[in-house]
Design a protein around this ligand. Structure first.
Ligand SMILES: *Cc1c(COP(=O)(O)O)cnc(C)c1O
Length: 383
């Protein structure tokens, strides 16, 4: 075995490989059994115990990328989030959530927490005082997501890690938008790292999955309720995800470089009103982003000038597709006010800073010159 720890690309390719002992093939075999021997074996394996050979292999890869002891793979990002969150809570506990979270997570909190008798509050902003203000005697958890969707605000992870330690809270992060390639929350003292693996880990818009990485002790806690909730992932999909993750660092680095170039281009464009990207010096948390991320992510949000219609703009694009999800190798755009944030009232959206004309742009791996050309021709058509 090569020297540990491996570099990030070597980890993506090799860590957690299941050996093909029979034929010495180059890639992990798929173990599809839902029934395993139970006598004279070290581990009692079963798909819903999250411990088939493929599930164990990919969990090791995810743990290594997140600098954690252990990991788990789930059937979706929401299965990972709901299971991990509820594993640490009981009736009467209180949770502090940052105010800008993924819509599905917000829906989960509003719909499920009250009937389980779990209290929660959302912060007003992302500063230390905003978190401190929400502390109660029964607070047990703090939960953040950075960069945020769709305005790409940055939460100070070191601050959150210290706040959690000082007040004996468990800290959780949804690290989906960054990916472990550019942001490792463990380095800032965050306890539990969660992913929608549907996004950058899958990366080809053809897999739904979720992942969690944490200490062995915390993964054991999550595991003990995960086997009751049953949100495990089929080994066929686990195998596809392993295949995708081999190129994750290459993909994400290329996507982030495209996003930086695109943000600079849009920022200069006379028909663009505003650009949101943590890599721009004009972004309010640019310095903070530099401290906790190695690149600035592959999502750029922007607004066209008032006189331009974004639906017409989407229709005029040829290469860039309008699409609900994000993070694939293909570039996509979405209008948050019509999709992810359509359940909010116009007033709530305004309060959250999400204008109707806001566009969320997920950069793929195409040549950025082709993407720029597509935008140029579309703007010319609708002007
Ligand atoms: C997509 C997404 C989720 C939910 O993941 P699913 O795989 O759709 O269940 C959670 N958090 C973030 C930030 C996401 O983008």
């Amino acid at each position: 075995m090569a020297q540990e720890p491996l570099g990030i690309n070597s980890t993506c390719v090799h860590t957690g490989e299941a050996e093909d002992k029979q034929h010495k093939g180059a890639v992990s075999p798929i173990f599809v059994s839902s029934s395993y021997a139970y006598e004279n074996v070290d581990v009692k394996r079963y798909p819903r115990y999250f411990n088939t050979p493929n599930q164990e292999g990919i969990s090791k890869k995810i743990a290594a990328l997140e600098h954690k002891e252990a990991g788990m793979i789930f059937g979706s990002g929401m299965a990972a989030i709901s299971t991990a969150v509820l594993a640490f809570l009981k009736h009467g506990d209180h949770v502090i959530f940052q105010n800008a979270l993924y819509g599905g997570t917000v829906n989960f909190i509003h719909k499920e927490f009250t009937r389980f008798g779990i209290e929660y509050s959302f912060t007003n902003g992302l500063n230390k005082e905003d978190f401190e203000r929400e502390l109660r005697p029964n607070t047990k958890m703090v939960y953040v997501e950075t960069p945020s969707n769709p305005l790409l605000k940055i939460t100070d992870l070191k601050m959150v890690g210290e706040f959690a330690k000082k007040n004996q809270l468990i800290s959780l992060i949804d690290n989906t938008f960054a990916s472990p390639i550019i942001q490792v929350p463990d380095d800032f003292g965050i306890d539990v790292v969660i992913h929608s693996a549907t996004k950058y880990m899958g990366g080809h818009s053809d897999i739904a999955a979720g992942a969690v990485a944490a200490s062995k002790e915390n993964i054991d806690k999550i595991w003990s309720i995960a086997i009751n909730f049953g949100g495990s992932l089929s080994d066929y999909t686990v195998w596809l995800l392993e295949r995708s993750m081999k190129t994750m660092a290459l993909r994400v680095n290329a996507q982030c470089d495209n996003a930086m170039a695109m943000a600079l281009y849009l920022d200069e464009h006379p028909l663009v009103e505003k650009v949101y990207y943590p890599g721009l010096e004009s972004h309010p948390e640019h310095e903070l982003a530099k401290e906790q991320m190695t690149k600035f992510g592959a999502i750029v949000s922007f607004e066209l000038k008032e006189q331009l219609n974004s639906s017409e703009f989407f229709s005029a694009l040829k290469l860039i597709k309008p699409s609900l999800s994000l993070a694939g190798v293909e570039s996509t755009m979405l209008s948050p006010s019509k999709t992810s944030h359509s359940l909010l009232s116009a007033e709530q959206r305004k309060e959250a800073g999400i204008e109707d004309k806001l566009i969320r742009f997920s950069l793929g791996i195409e040549e950025v010159s082709d993407l720029i050309e597509d935008i140029e021709q579309a703007l010319k058509q609708i002007q």
